[in-house]
Design a protein around this ligand. Structure first.
Ligand SMILES: Nc1nc2c(ncn2[C@@H]2O[C@H](COP(=O)(O)OP(=O)(O)OP(=O)(O)O)[C@@H](O)[C@H]2O)c(=O)[nH]1
Ligand SMILES: [Mg+2]
Length: 228
């Protein structure tokens, strides 16, 4: 990055962090499609395998310790959970974050898994206001077949997504580089995937500010950062 680009990026991160330090409210949990909120603002969805760190990342981005668990069983999201970001409390938000149930949860009964899967798929395929997906991948494990399946589905639905490596505090830098290169190489074969990966740790804060800026840009456009 040139010094000019670096200043611009710092500005974007500052604007995004200020937005997230304002209003973030839990809106509702939707166990079925018919309970989705009216599609009135852009939405950014968090998907990924069970336990990959979706709810933790949502907490880290919003700077709230446990907002993504306010209304759900700890550590196991079972519904689509919507959060209003920006705007006046009680009024129309600027955009929404959507915490999703994880896929590939082996211990859940088959019927329950099928129900979550259908809910997630229907939402991802049919939601007009869905601006972007974050596909979370555990940095220790890299891509698994269930992730590839999800990415293929998003490619087909033509829903753009960012791949976010999580829990980077848990592995060595050399190992992280190896996994990141491998995932990036595979991502290039997926038409709807962003070429650059996000390396994050919700625990240590790594990559969180940059991801905040990316999420705000995806939801509201680059013009939101314009000075003046
Ligand atoms: N060390 C470390 N642990 C993390 C990080 N992010 C999440 N975890 C831990 O990983 C576990 C799962 O995190 P969740 O955020 O509940 O994962 P999830 O993807 O929402 O899980 P489901 O809702 O079941 O799909 C928790 O014990 C977290 O504390 C991280 O960046 N670093
Ligand atoms: Mg969760």
């Amino acid at each position: 990055m040139t010094p000019e680009e670096e200043r611009e990026q710092q500005h974007r991160e500052k604007v995004a962090s200020r937005l997230f330090s304002g209003r973030v409210d839990f809106l509702l949990s939707a166990p079925q499609l018919k309970f989705l909120p009216d599609p009135i603002v852009p939405e950014i969805a968090f998907c990924g395998r069970s336990n990959v760190g979706k709810s933790s990342l949502l907490n880290a981005l919003t700077g709230r310790k446990a907002i993504a668990r306010a209304s759900v069983t700890p550590g196991r999201t079972q519904e689509l959970n919507f959060f209003d970001v920006g705007g006046e409390p009680g009024g129309k938000p600027l955009f929404r974050l959507v915490d999703m149930p994880g896929y590939g949860f082996a211990k859940a009964p088959v019927k329950v898994v099928e129900r979550w899967k259908n809910l997630v798929k229907s939402y991802l395929r049919g939601r007009q206001v869905l601006a972007r997906n974050l596909v979370l991948v555990d940095s220790r494990h890299g891509l698994k077949d269930v992730d590839r399946e999800m990415m293929k589905m998003l490619d087909e639905a033509a829903v753009g997504y960012r791949i976010v490596l999580t829990k980077t505090d848990k592995i060595k830098a050399s190992e992280l580089e190896r996994v990141a290169n491998k995932v990036a190489e595979e991502a290039r074969k997926h038409v709807a995937a962003y070429p650059e990966l996000h390396l994050t740790s919700s625990e240590k804060g790594m990559g969180i500010e940059a991801l905040r800026a990316a999420v705000v840009a995806d939801a509201l456009g680059e013009s939101f950062f314009e000075r003046g």
